[in-house]
Write a protein that binds this ligand. Sequence first.
Ligand SMILES: CC(C)(COP(=O)(O)OP(=O)(O)OC[C@H]1O[C@@H](n2cnc3c(N)ncnc32)[C@H](O)[C@@H]1OP(=O)(O)O)[C@@H](O)C(=O)NCCC(=O)NCCS
Length: 268
Amino acid sequence: MKIQVGASDVRDAFRRLGVTAGDIVLFHGSLSSMGYVLGGVTSVFDGILEATSPGGTVAMPSLWYDGSEERRDSAKFDVNSSPSYIGALSEGMRLDPRCCRSNHFSHAVSAIGSRAAELCADHASGASRPSPWSDQAFGHGSPWQKLYDWDSWYCFIGVTMRVCTMKHFIEGELVARTLAHSQNPTEARNLLNQNCTQAPYGWPYFNSERLQKTLQESGHFITTTLGSATLGGIRTRTLVDQAIRIIEENPLEWLGTKFIEWQNSVTT
Ligand SMILES: CC(C)(COP(=O)(O)OP(=O)(O)OC[C@H]1O[C@@H](n2cnc3c(N)ncnc32)[C@H](O)[C@@H]1OP(=O)(O)O)[C@@H](O)C(=O)NCCC(=O)NCCS
């Protein structure tokens, strides 16, 4: 017999985490992990909006590019009709009549609530930040930057940080910091792009489940239960700042040797 979960259970779980009025909450999630959700995906969004009321916002990644050949062409992405491939909650949010969605083929964000329109506006504006998809995906005008600037909550319902999209923002920041210390950033970036396409990959991918464990041990990542699921959360600034500190303190433990070789070659 599955546990039944309603919007008030969602609200109470997020409040136990520390979410409060006016907060912005981005989450990744598995619908079935909670048990049986009365009212379906809408109850999850409404519960988070209740926890953040008044003035709150709930957001999710709304990713269309799934790595397939067919979706490699960004011109085929239509912000109004291209589905999100990352589960019932994300696709349910996209289809909710209250929802706004940012316009980016690979790393769009969707949101409902007070700051939804502001969060999703002008994804490709502002200065760039390196990423293997496009330098605007996690750029300075993107929702990912706003989640950092606004110190939103970054949460996981029944899934781990393995699916954490913000890890690519962190990777981009690690690259940007190296380029800032390089004598010739254009040449250094070209070299990295070549590295990215040949295994072993030169991009600074790191094990985000291991990072979750480290952040849990330090008390930065906290958990509670939501029905039969574990609900985990951390503030976005804490996630990004701690991750960069932890990785930069011990790069050999976290990053591939090819990336470290690239760092050394372009900064010496
Ligand atoms: C892959 C993933 C979505 C699978 O989770 P899931 O719970 O099996 O699937 P969904 O969230 O899509 O929900 C659909 C499931 O909920 C069930 N469901 C439908 N209505 C429901 C309700 N009211 N209450 C509970 N479950 C319900 C469906 O039957 C389906 O289960 P089934 O596949 O066993 O039939 C999840 O593990 C995950 O990784 N989510 C995060 C993805 C992400 O953010 N990725 C970012 C880039 S890596």
